[in-house]
Design a protein around this ligand. Structure first.
Ligand SMILES: [Zn+2]
Length: 312
């Protein structure tokens, strides 16, 4: 039916194309839950991923929106490539048309541990935002917020990258970043800077205020006004200065009076997986795990290297 017209209206949110490495695409087993259909290398893993996806969908919707999402009319297919040495990453795409969202597909890859504690909550958060907003978010706000639910080790990696980007002139000015509806060619700074800003805002107002801020900004296309209403900061350049100063001071936690006024933010990855503490609290066994993680490339890093090679 009027395919061309429909196509025009459709905004496809392809997050980042996942890499499918030959030899690792062992997709053998399926598992179905209320909202997901998982394909994974073996049945136990498919079940683990499907159950975790449902749990994240429930818990993260409460964190962000204050209530669980209704069941989707069509389940979201998840294709998982799982191998200990595979870089962690994922891609979720969906279609918006006249305020509806459908045609979900999710591809995830990485070690079992990283899929369950970082990639899956990140990708599921994209689906929660798509279901809630029914339109594309500014990329920084989307990717930044999705990264805040990853495991502390992954978040610490983003912070290290951010410092490197800021030192080497790859930071993005906030007015440019707020105007970006697509991924820039130099995509990594968008992730690390988006994460850092989302973290700054969420630490000061909680996740639900962040959602209100994004919702008002989308509805009015007036981001300075939404920023002022929700965070009391009157323009985007001023936000950049305040944020930069905070980063220079080592990203201190907000004053106790501010922290006390916002709802308790759960550490999703830690809660669900019962895993290691943040990198600020490194001890013996954790240190080993962190260095193993640092050696793995994320899909985003792989993509950036490919982009760089192309440019050379
Ligand atoms: Zn993402």
């Amino acid at each position: 039916m009027q395919f061309r017209k429909l196509k025009k209206r459709i905004l496809l949110l392809g997050v980042i194309a996942a890499l499918c490495l030959p030899g690792n695409c062992l997709l053998a087993a399926g598992y179905r839950t209320a909202n997901f259909i998982v394909e994974a290398p073996h049945p136990q893993l498919a079940q683990k991923i499907g159950d975790a996806a449902e749990q994240y969908r429930h818990d993260l919707a409460i964190e962000w929106l204050g209530e669980p999402l209704p069941r989707w009319s069509q389940p979201c297919p998840i294709t998982a490539e799982v191998a200990p040495t595979l870089g962690a990453g994922g891609a979720t795409s969906f279609v918006f048309d006249r305020g509806e969202v459908f045609n979900w597909t999710m591809t995830i890859q990485g070690s079992e541990e990283r899929i369950l504690d970082s990639v899956l909550p990140h990708e599921v958060t994209h689906t929660i935002f798509a279901s809630h907003f029914r339109q594309p978010l500014p990329r920084w706000a989307d990717e930044g917020a999705c990264t805040t639910v990853e495991h502390p080790v992954e978040r610490a990696r983003q912070h290290r990258l951010l410092i490197e980007f800021l030192r080497t002139g790859r930071g993005i000015s906030f007015p440019d970043m707020f105007a970006m509806k697509e991924y820039p060619a130099d995509v990594l700074p968008l992730y690390s800077q988006g994460y850092s800003l989302a973290r700054y805002l969420i630490e000061r107002g909680g996740r639900q205020r962040y959602i209100d801020f994004v919702g008002n900004g989308l509805a009015s296309s007036n981001w300075p006004r939404s920023l002022s209403q929700h965070y009391g900061i009157h323009d985007i350049s001023k936000l950049q200065n305040i944020w930069l100063e905070w980063v220079k001071r080592g990203c201190p936690a907000p004053p106790a009076s501010v922290a006390a006024a916002i709802p308790q933010i759960q550490n999703i990855a830690q809660t669900t997986r019962g895993q290691s503490p943040d990198v600020t609290n490194i001890n013996g066994p954790t240190r080993n795990r962190i260095s193993a993680t640092a050696a793995r490339q994320s899909i985003y890093v792989q993509r950036a290297k490919r982009t760089q090679r192309k440019a050379e």
